[in-house]
Design a protein around this ligand. Sequence first.
Ligand code: SF4
Length: 170
Amino acid sequence: MIAMALSSSPKLLIADEPTTALDVTIQAQIMDLLLEIKQKTNTAIILITHDLGVVASVADRVAVMYAGKIVETGTAKNIFYHPSHPYTRALLKSLPDTDMDRSIRLVSIPGTPPDLLCPPIGCGFASRCSNCMKICQTDLPPEFVTEAGHVAACWLHHEDCPVKLEEVNN
Ligand code: SF4
């Protein structure tokens, strides 16, 4: 499949969950192959995945999506070390850590994603966000620059917001 996709020398390769359902050895081989292709042919790759380990190890830039929208973009370092959207923060907290005390329960995000046949008018994460404010339910948050090259679509970053992300829980 990868060979077929490359036969026309594309400038951009979209790899949608290329490692899903593969064992870790094959997974590593596929990712090595994709990185080799990128280096040799200068083909840009959009990698769509739920595997945050793969994201952390290969991505130059990361876009986090929730309810069909990009809610945060930045370098892998920005996203993993300074997550700026409550969904990204909650997602990272839900990951198991091998050094973690086994008596500590993993954090889960309460609720369920919105019905996209009848999408919410405000922030898509509002019904699950413990920091939800009135404006979140009525107005779609625009992208706010949180640091160079790092943006998050969340009202907590508005200059007039009385609450700051560092002060909230998720
Ligand atoms: S815009 Fe509001 S509801 Fe959406 S993530 Fe930010 S604080 Fe939560």
